[in-house]
Structure formats: C-alpha cells, structure tokens
Design a protein around this ligand. Sequence first.
Ligand SMILES: NC(=O)C1=CN([C@@H]2O[C@H](COP(=O)(O)OP(=O)(O)OC[C@H]3O[C@@H](n4cnc5c(N)ncnc54)[C@H](O)[C@@H]3O)[C@@H](O)[C@H]2O)C=CC1
Ligand SMILES: CC(C)CC(=O)C(=O)O
Ligand SMILES: [Mg+2]
Length: 353
Amino acid sequence: MKIAVLAGDGIGPEIVAQAVRVLNALKTDGLGIELEYGLIGGCAVDATGEPYPDATHRLTSQADAVLLGAVGGPQYDNLPRQQRPERGLLAIRKKLNLFANLRPAMLYPELANASSLKYDVVAGLDIMIVRELTGDIYFGEPRGIETRDGERVGFNTMIYSESEIRRIAHVAFQAAVKRQGKLCSVDKMNVLECTQLWRDVVTEVAKEYPQVILSHMLVDNAAMQLVRNPKQFDVMVTGNMFGDILSDEASMLTGSIGMLPSASLDENNKGLYEPIHGSAPDIAGKDIANPLATILSVAMMLRYTFNQEEMARRIENAVKKVLAAGYRTKDIDEAGMKSVGTKAMGDMVLAML
Ligand SMILES: NC(=O)C1=CN([C@@H]2O[C@H](COP(=O)(O)OP(=O)(O)OC[C@H]3O[C@@H](n4cnc5c(N)ncnc54)[C@H](O)[C@@H]3O)[C@@H](O)[C@H]2O)C=CC1
Ligand SMILES: CC(C)CC(=O)C(=O)O
Ligand SMILES: [Mg+2]
C-alpha cells in the first residue's frame, strides 16, 4: 500500500514527522506500506510556482492514501489567488473526488478540564461531523473581485447539485446507522435556496434509512447548540463552509483544535487524512504544536482506507495512554501535568504503541 506524504507548511512538517514515526513503527510490525513524499501548498509554490504541482498529483493519484499536514502562511497571503497555498488543498480534494469529510469530535475523559465547557456538559462527547468537501461556495462559479458601477465587488457562488447532496447524505446516514442512529442536517434554508435544496434532498434520502432519526437545524442555531448542549448530537451533516466552521468550533469541546483528525474519502474509500487545523504559523518551528490530531488521522487512515481496525485502535489506545499518563502539549496543558513538546509527544505515543 502506497501512502503519499505531503507535509505542507507551518507546523505541517513537525506534526507529520510524528505521524510518520507511528506509520514506520507499524511497518516494522508488519504493516505493508511504502511512503513517498511530495509538495503541496506554499512549499510547492516556492519550488514550482504551483500549489498543487502535476508531480504531486501523479504521486497522490497512484497512492492508496494521502497523509497531509497543513498549508498556508502569511508570507503567501499576497500571491495571486490561483497560487495561494489553500488553492492547492482545494485542488487535491477536487481532483481526487474526496467529497466526504469525516471529522469526529470526541472528548478523551483525561482532557475534561481542557474543554471549553464544563465537565457534565461534555463528558462522553462523541460527535461525527460529516462535511461535504468538493462543492458549495468554496468551489462555485462565478467567483471573483471586479469593478461594477465604479466600485469593487467581491462575489462567490453557493451551489450544490442534487446528486452532490444525495451522495454525502448517504455517507452521513450510513455513519448514523453504525452509531446512535441520529442525524442532524445543518443548513440555512430560511434564506439560502441552495440549502433549501439541501434540506429537500436529505429528507428524500431519509426514506431509505427508516432506522435513523433525522432532524434539521439552521446553522446559526447549530453553532449555539454546540456550545449549549453538544451531546444532543450524534452525526451532523452539512455543506463545505458550514462544516468547516462548525468543526473548528466543536474541536474546542474536546480541549483543542490540535486533537481533531479527519478523513476525506472518495466513493471507494481512497482517502486523504489530515488534522482539521491549519498551518498555525504563530507556533511553527517551536516544537510546541500538538501532533495528536495528525497521529489520530493515521488511525482513521488504517480504519477507512486499509481496513485495519485493530491497528487503528492500537494508535487510539496509545494516545489514550499518553493522555492518561499526564503528557500534554501546551494547547491542552494544565497544572500538575507533564508538559512536552511536539517531538516528545511523538516519543510518548511510540512508547505506548
Ligand atoms: N487544512 C489546512 O491546511 C488549513 C490551512 N489553513 C491555513 O493555515 C493558516 C493559519 O490559519 P489560522 O486561521 O491561524 O488557523 P490554524 O488552525 O492554523 O490556527 C488557529 C489557532 O490554533 C492553533 N493551533 C492550530 N493547530 C494547532 C496544533 N496542532 N497544536 C496547537 N495549537 C494549534 C494555532 O496556533 C492558532 O492559534 C492560514 O494560512 C490558513 O489559510 C487553515 C485551516 C486549514
Ligand atoms: C484552508 C481551507 C481550504 C479549508 C479549511 O479550513 C479546512 O478544510 O478546514
Ligand atoms: Mg478549516
């Protein structure tokens, strides 16, 4: 099995290095994998002028799975839009048809005090956010900034086709069937036609899953409910932009954005695995970033693309043990715990593994 490793920018190389150590440890234990490295994002622009070069696309197309760190940084913010690192991320998602983004927000009991909510509100929290990843306002055309009537206007297009909504709805319903059987679809149908269609299609698909209890919620309320009573949610399904925002919000219920992994899957469970956070330029190069979201993304890779449930659990259990033993990077640290940096956290996960 081939894994394309794209570390990207900012903290990307630091956190991916720890996840690669985990993969290499499993390889030593008999997991048949080969790692190949490529460029994406700002580092790819620096080397080739493109955020997602053809050579990287050849590598990822031939790989069974992709491990990605993060892209972007302030030094790239003034580039022409097509060259911005984030466009590389949009390109890989679109070109590999990775339409189903799974973002589990689960609280490790050891991190109860790190959560931004009180213990009784978050104890046992386990939400699966299913975010559509290749459509919506992030990809819709027309888009741009142009002069109209003597002033500049900026515009993007929120667009979803019925088939795009239907296929992500199926992923979400199937996830709900395997979990507590509850699905909440999040939209803004009171003002956006695009999401009226979203609600209509999700409601139609629900007929194929009578065992799942479907509810609908407007996104502003959903954002509020996530910090009021997050345990009401089992699976949430939503579009690209709302899912992006709600998953960053949900991450803080688990203690830190540095804890949330993700899987981005195509129809055949070929996948790209990355933490949900960005390149965190404010802490890059300081050996303080939390590598656990990236390490937990490797667990998702083993589960979803390689069907190695036992190895996936081994990684998750190693993370649990590290937290139970009191090791904490800065973002989840608290009094009385053992503060560690990025690499030392990787050391501890390897030791527990
Ligand atoms: N998937 C990706 O590659 C993404 C890339 N970005 C890009 O990343 C750059 C920075 O974006 P921001 O808005 O600052 O979001 P960010 O997610 O990179 O950082 C937000 C905050 O969370 C902290 N943080 C993030 N990951 C952490 C970790 N593993 N451990 C400890 N703390 C962590 C950062 O230090 C920062 O204070 C931008 O260029 C943005 O476009 C943003 C989101 C996703
Ligand atoms: C950087 C963007 C393209 C996307 C983003 O923030 C994300 O996928 O979480
Ligand atoms: Mg995001």
